[in-house]
Ligand binder design. Structure first.
Ligand code: GLV
Ligand code: MG
Length: 375
């Protein structure tokens, strides 16, 4: 065991006298859209109360995209919003309240954490830490949060979410996920990550037309190239990173998220990126514009068709062993487990989203054919 890692016996002990006990399991609260707002922007701040109840997570952003001379106004604005907005943040709130504090090497982060935890710690659900490099960053935040929780007399531990946006962070991804029982999840930070990796893109998330594969040339039987178009297929720049995030998070019982998609007008490509992330195992994405909330809520909720099929498989599989044939396809213990992931997610989301509940409740009863399969 590396000396920097606590003994398993001590892992769940509070890191400060009087701090709340860490959670043993991270609650699966709906967080399909994490909607960013700048608390120093009065126009944006005024819209926050109307968004409560319409989005899973509202995040008061203090880091990038907030001007250096507005950092304190953003911090103060967030305290005011958290105190003055009913139904926002806290254990039973319909909309969670998260924040993204400034980076750990910035002059603002110590005051960000001190002010937010001591003044609105009971309303905050998750603290997002940008540009995390390794377990040592999480250890620093972990101890500091415990000290501040104790000072504020909080009874519920704050959770920590790391943005994966440095090459070193990607290299250390597993140890970051396992660095503290506070770890709630990871988000992809494609803009900073691209810069840190020295990728040659200039975008915030999404694909690039230059990153592609091309179909082989067509050739005659004697090996002569035939003139004509060769189809090209754009590839996903983020597939590798998201896949690593999904494995690291699943292995540690925490949640992976797609991050920002900067081309607000391109709702189609945004939906595609979000859906790829959903299919690979992510539970949500950031929203930078109200239009992206609807996209994320829709994409990160199982479809009615998927739930109808999943319920049929569950019903047909009885005690969950052996194999059955449904519509000519073999279903067995393993496909049942995939279906249960979808059914469980649908139940969690429907508990908080009455529209979704109506949709899932309207799915007609399950029925399996009698065909028997071998597997
Ligand atoms: C998000 O913070 C990013 O850098 O993409
Ligand atoms: Mg960033």
């Amino acid at each position: 065991m590396p000396s920097s890692v606590r003994s398993p016996k001590d892992f769940f002990r509070p890191l400060a006298v009087g701090a709340p006990e860490p959670l043993r399991e991270i609650p699966a609260r709906p967080s399909r859209a994490i909607h960013f707002f700048d608390p120093s922007n009065e126009k944006m701040a005024a819209k926050v109360p109307q968004l409560v109840g319409t989005v899973d997570v509202l995040l008061g952003n203090l880091e990038d995209a907030v001007r250096a001379d507005r950092k304190e106004a953003a911090r103060d604005g967030l305290v005011k919003i958290a105190r003055g907005t009913a139904g926002l943040g806290g254990e039973d709130a319909s909309t969670q309240l998260w924040t993204r504090v400034n980076a750990l090497d910035s002059p603002w982060v110590l005051d960000d954490l001190t002010a937010l935890v001591t003044e609105i710690g009971d309303r905050l659900d998750v603290v997002m830490i940008p540009k995390v490099q390794g377990a040592e960053d999480i250890a620093y935040v972990d101890r500091l949060l415990a000290q501040l929780e104790a000072r504020a007399g909080l009874t519920r531990p704050l959770l920590v979410h790391a943005i994966l946006e440095t090459a070193r962070g990607v290299v250390n991804i597993e140890e970051i996920c396992g660095a503290s029982p506070r770890m709630q999840g990871l988000s992809l930070g494609p803009a900073d990550l691209a810069a840190d990796r020295r990728m040659k893109t200039t975008r915030v998330g999404g694909g690039h037309p230059g990153y592609l594969v091309r179909a082989d040339p067509r050739r005659t039987s004697d090996g002569v190239d035939v003139e004509g178009d060769r189809a090209t297929y754009q590839q996903d720049l983020w597939h590798y990173t998201i896949s690593r995030m999904v494995d690291a998070c699943a292995a540690h019982g925490i949640f992976p998220y797609y991050g920002p998609f900067g081309d607000i007008a391109d709702v189609v490509a945004c939906e595609d990126q979000f859906r790829n992330a959903y299919l690979l195992g992510c539970v949500g994405a950031w929203s930078l514009h109200p239009e992206q909330i609807e996209i994320a809520h829709r994409v990160f909720s199982p479809t009615v068709e998927d739930i109808a099929h999943a319920r049929r498989v569950v019903a047909a599989m009885g005690d969950g062993t052996a194999a059955v044939m449904l519509d000519g396809k073999m279903e067995d213990d393993a496909s049942l487990k995939q279906c249960l992931v979808l059914v469980e997610l649908a139940e969690q989301l429907a508990e908080r989203d009455p529209e979704l509940k109506k949709l899932y409740d309207a799915i007609p009863g399950a029925g399996a054919s009698d065909e028997q399969g071998e597997a």
